[in-house]
Design a protein around this ligand. Structure first.
Ligand SMILES: Nc1ncnc2c1ncn2[C@@H]1O[C@H](COP(=O)(O)OP(=O)(O)O)[C@@H](O)[C@H]1O
Ligand SMILES: [Mg+2]
Length: 366
C-alpha cells in the first residue's frame, strides 16, 4: 500500500460535511494513490469546470437529489450543474449515476421492482405486500390495503427513503382503528416475523459482505396494542439495545432461520441488472414460519460498517468501472471487449472469505 505509482487519473469526491468528517480520508488517499489515482475533494458551490479534470466522480448525493426532487432551489441548482457537467464530460465514470440513485429514493418504486422480479418466488425470495397512502382517508386506505393484500400488523414508512432523519421514522400499526396515525405520503408493508434478526448486505460492485443486526421482535395483529413509533437507528444499529428487540419467552428460534447465501447472490444479481448501482446495500429478514427471505429495504451508498478492506475493495471496483467506461465510450465499435469485461464482472465475491487482516475495516475507522 505504501508503494506509489505516478498518478495517471483523478477521483473527484463529494459527500456531505457530516459524512466527510467520518470518512478516513488518509486511508482513502493512501489506497487511491497506490492504485495510481489522485483524490480531489469537490466543492459543489464552485463551478466544477474550475476544479481540475477528473476521471471518476465518487459521490453521496442522495440527500441533495431528494431535496432537489421536492423543489429545494439550492439543491436543484447544484444537481442541475452536476448533470450539465457530467453530460459535457461523458468519459467520467460516475459512481453512481444520478438517475440510478433516484430509483432508490422512493420506497414504492423499489418495492415495485422487487415485486415484479419473476425469478424470486421460485427461490423463496419476496418483498412483503405493500401499498402507498397519498391521503389521510382511513376508509380509502383500508380498501387500498385490502386490494394489495397488505395485512396487519403493518409497518408504515415514509415514501421518500432519504433526505432527512424523518425518512427513517417508522410506525408499527396493529389494527385498522389506528390507521389514522399514518402520515402520507407513506408506504405500508405487511410485517414479517423474523425473530429480531436483520441481515444487512453491503455491496461494492461484484463484492459483498453480510452482517447481522438487531431488529424488531415478533408481533401479531391485535385490537389492544397501541401503535409503536420507532426510528431505525434506535433498533437496528450494531450497538442498539432496544426493548423492541427482546424476543418474548414463547418465541423459539426456528430451524428454518438460516440465511441462504445463494439467495443473497440472486438478489444482488437482480439489483445489478434492474437498478445498476455499484455502491448499494439491502436488508433481508427471514420469515420465521416459512424460511422465505424477505427483502425489506434497499439503500444507496450504505454505511459499510465492518466491510473488510473497504478502501482496497472500493479501488479495485473503481479500476474495473474506469476500464469499462473506457471500453463503452471508446468509438472503436469493439463490442467483444465490452462483453469480456462485463462477463468478468459477473462473478460475485463474498469479501469475508477473501479478506486479508491488513486492510481497514469499514470506511469510518481512523
Ligand atoms: N416488512 C417488515 N417486516 C418486519 N420488519 C420490518 C419490515 N420492514 C422494516 N422492518 C424493520 O424496520 C427497520 C427499518 O425499516 P427499513 O425499511 O429498513 O427502513 P430504513 O430506510 O430506515 O432502513 C428494518 O431494519 C427492520 O428492523
Ligand atoms: Mg433499512
Amino acid at each position: 500500500m505504501s508503494e506509489c505509482r505516478p498518478f495517471s487519473k483523478t477521483i473527484g469526491v463529494w459527500m456531505s460535511d457530516k459524512k466527510s468528517q467520518k470518512l478516513n480520508w488518509k486511508e482513502l488517499i493512501c489506497v487511491s494513490n497506490s492504485h495510481g489515482y489522485r483524490i480531489v475533494k469537490l466543492d459543489l458551490e464552485r463551478p466544477l469546470e474550475e476544479q481540475g479534470e477528473i476521471d471518476v466522480f465518487l459521490h453521496k448525493l442522495t440527500d441533495v437529489i431528494a431535496a432537489a426532487d421536492v423543489g429545494d432551489p439550492t439543491a436543484s441548482r447544484i444537481i442541475s450543474n452536476i448533470e450539465q457537467y457530467l453530460s459535457n464530460h461523458p468519459n467520467i465514470a460516475v459512481i453512481d449515476p444520478l438517475d440510478n440513485v433516484r430509483i432508490l429514493l422512493n420506497r414504492y418504486n423499489y418495492y415495485s421492482i422487487l415485486q415484479n422480479e419473476p425469478t424470486f418466488s421460485r427461490h423463496g425470495i419476496f418483498t412483503p405486500a405493500f401499498a402507498e397512502f397519498t391521503t389521510c382517508n382511513a376508509q380509502e386506505n383500508l380498501e387500498i390495503m385490502r386490494q394489495r393484500g397488505v395485512r396487519f400488523p403493518i409497518i408504515c414508512k415514509p415514501t421518500v427513503a432519504h433526505g432527512s432523519k424523518s425518512a427513517h421514522e417508522m410506525i408499527l400499526v396493529f389494527n385498522e382503528r389506528d390507521l389514522n396515525v399514518c402520515r402520507p405520503p407513506c408506504v405500508v408493508q405487511s410485517f414479517v416475523n423474523h425473530n429480531a434478526v436483520l441481515h444487512k448486505v453491503f455491496i461494492i460492485g461484484n463484492r459483498y459482505h453480510i452482517c447481522e443486526r438487531p431488529s424488531l421482535k415478533n408481533f401479531t395483529a391485535s385490537e389492544d396494542l397501541e401503535p409503536i413509533f420507532y426510528s431505525t437507528g434506535e433498533v437496528c444499529k450494531a450497538d442498539s439495545q432496544s426493548t423492541l428487540s427482546i424476543l418474548d419467552p414463547h418465541d423459539e428460534t426456528d430451524l428454518q432461520m438460516t440465511l441462504k447465501e445463494e439467495n443473497i447472490k440472486r438478489i444482488i444479481r437482480v439489483l445489478r441488472k434492474e437498478i445498476g448501482l455499484i455502491l448499494a446495500g439491502f436488508d433481508v429478514v427471514i420469515d420465521n414460519l416459512t424460511g422465505r427471505h424477505a427483502v425489506i429495504d434497499i439503500n444507496v451508498y450504505p454505511s459499510y460498517e465492518n466491510f473488510p478492506n473497504f478502501f482496497e475493495n472500493l479501488l479495485n471496483c473503481i479500476d474495473e468501472t474506469v476500464n469499462r467506461t473506457i471500453v463503452i465510450s471508446g468509438d472503436n465499435g469493439d463490442c467483444q471487449d465490452h462483453h469480456s469485461v462485463s462477463q468478468r464482472l459477473n462473478g460475485l465475491i463474498n469479501v469475508a472469505f477473501s479478506a486479508s487482516k491488513l486492510g481497514v475495516t469499514g470506511m469510518n475507522i481512523n
